[in-house]
Design a protein around this ligand. Structure first.
Ligand code: IMP
Ligand code: MG
Length: 201
């Protein structure tokens, strides 16, 4: 294990199990909705919208457990503010995916923290008149919430601690760790003194 890792908060096996549970619930809810509206399994009704870059590992595991016709449209969101560990607002880089009108849209992110990111994306998606919008996150830092948004599906509620791994980064690193872990204080020394402005979340 990397020496910068302080401790593992959620191990890979626990993550895999929980991702399976979320996928099962999400698939069941979507199928129920499609049946209710009389859509056939062959119709393209579901669009997953992963928020780059933090959601890559989570969404890769999630989609392979969703046995239904779906497409994906990526969005990239940047955080404002000059601090690395704080999100003080968000803006979209590039455009929303095309063709969200009338679709069941599932927003996927690694973590719901202040809520700035998902609140922004959800508002923009809603302007496209989708049939429904759901929010799926692996981690939920409830106590940090600033914006009025809650996840429809969340893997784990975690305390206000900065974590990396399974897609989550610190300054662009550690996304490849299979577990979710905290970093040693010396690995994050100097955070808050700039450098994070405009970084993709
Ligand atoms: P927001 O504050 O809800 O807008 O969170 C935006 C982004 O901040 C998330 O998509 C993450 O990429 C990032 N983030 C929030 N908390 C953490 C953390 O503990 N570790 C790594 N990234 C985080
Ligand atoms: Mg990030």
């Amino acid at each position: 294990m990397l020496q910068e890792i302080e401790r593992v908060l959620i191990g890979r096996d626990e993550i895999a199990e929980r991702v399976g549970e979320i996928a099962e619930r999400l698939a069941a809810d979507l199928k129920r909705e499609l049946e209710a509206e009389g859509s056939s399994e062959r119709e393209h009704r579901v669009v997953l919208v992963p928020i780059m870059t933090g959601s890559i590992v989570f969404v890769a595991d999630l989609i392979r457990r969703l046995p239904m016709k779906l497409s994906m449209g990526l969005v990239t969101v940047s955080s404002y503010a000059g601090e690395t560990m704080e999100s003080k607002g968000a803006h979209l880089r590039g455009d929303l995916p095309e063709g969200l009108e009338g679709k069941h849209v599932v927003l996927v992110d690694d973590i719901l923290d202040s809520g700035n990111t998902l609140y922004l994306v959800r508002s923009l998606v809603q302007e496209r008149s989708p049939a429904s919008v759901r929010v799926v996150v692996l981690l939920d830092k409830k106590e940090r919430r600033v914006m009025p948004i809650e996840p429809d599906y969340a893997g784990f509620e975690i305390p206000d601690e900065f974590v990396v791994g399974y897609g989550l980064d610190y300054n662009g690193y550690y996304r490849n760790l299979p577990d979710i872990a905290t970093l040693n204080p010396d690995a994050t020394a100097g955070a808050g003194s700039g450098g994070g402005g405009g970084a993709a979340v």
